[in-house]
Ligand binder design. Structure first.
Ligand SMILES: [Zn+2]
Length: 291
């Protein structure tokens, strides 16, 4: 695959050791090269060069906290964590802005967005209801009452292409734009393997049994905190029983149809998922590697 899905580029040096080093962290904040990621709520501010916009740490609201995103060639990079629930623009509008961000900037923003959002939603302890405070430079919170430590969550989601005799299974959710089809997906449940989740979701949503489940690649998806785990699977047959509470439609599409959709042809049987999404890259990978 020539280009990765969105948010996959190597971002900052995460500088884990600095997170638990209060003196080092204070020194990092004093460094002349320290910068604050400018955000409007959860949305990125875009600079004149078309990349993320960075300001001085003095721009941060003194009522909030600073979160260490990491080091950029040794220079500390921070984001501001507020105490009110941050809002962002509707996701489809945001995607348009993110699609033109440099890949590395998009990856840095993905980390920042997930963390800023997580902090705003975890001001209170899930165990006792006490106030929590930021720790480890923004990579955990601790309860002021019961001392429980809470970590930013990442929610694993399987997203997969089932294949049967030269065709792949694609579906559409009711909120998709007209004619869009994409890979089926679902959250991994507690106690479940990635393979188990792929098999269960394909059976629940489309009624098909699969084998030979293979991991292909993953993608952070910061809306709010998913990790998309891209897989292929072989279907035992092509008889679909669609769960209409999850999917509006599901179809088997052959390689010519996928190729036409990926090329954006008017006569294509569907509109491909956007390049930002891992589903686009799974389809590209399927076209490149199918026997
Ligand atoms: Zn507590």
């Amino acid at each position: 695959m020539a280009i990765d899905p969105g948010f996959c580029a190597p971002g900052l040096d995460r500088a884990d050791a600095l997170r638990s080093d209060p003196d080092g962290l204070r020194a990092a904040m004093m460094r002349p090269g320290a910068r604050l990621l400018r955000m409007s709520g959860l949305d990125p501010d875009i600079g004149e060069d078309g990349g993320l916009s960075w300001g001085s740490l003095a721009e941060a609201d003194p009522e909030g906290d600073l979160l260490l995103l990491g080091l950029d060639d040794g220079a500390p990079r921070f984001a501001h964590v507020g105490h009110v629930l941050a809002q962002g623009q509707p996701i489809p509008l945001l995607w348009q802005a993110l699609a033109v961000l440099p890949e590395r900037d998009a990856a840095i923003y993905a980390s920042a967005r997930s963390l800023v959002d997580w902090h705003a939603r975890h001001l209170f302890c899930a165990r006792c209801g006490g106030d929590t405070r930021i720790e480890k430079a923004g990579w955990s919170r601790r309860c002021t009452q019961c001392s429980a430590e809470h970590f930013p969550r990442t929610d694993p989601v399987v997203i997969m292409l089932a294949e049967h005799e030269g065709r792949v299974l694609l579906g559409r959710q009711p909120q998709f734009p007209p004619r869009r089809l994409s890979a089926l997906a679902g959250f991994v449940e507690p106690g479940e393997t990635v393979e188990g989740a792929v098999a269960r979701e394909l059976y629940e949503e489309a009624g098909i049994r699969v084998h030979d489940i293979r991991y292909i690649k993953s993608q952070p998806w910061p809306f709010p905190s998913s990790l998309m785990i891209g897989c292929f699977a072989q279907a035992e047959n092509d008889v679909l029983t669609i769960d209409t509470t999850e999917l509006e439609d599901a179809q088997w599409i052959n390689a010519a149809g996928v190729r036409a959709a990926m090329a954006g042809e008017d006569a294509a049987p569907f509109i491909a998922p956007p390049r930002l999404a891992i589903a686009h890259h799974l389809l590209e990978h399927w076209l490149e590697t199918r026997g």
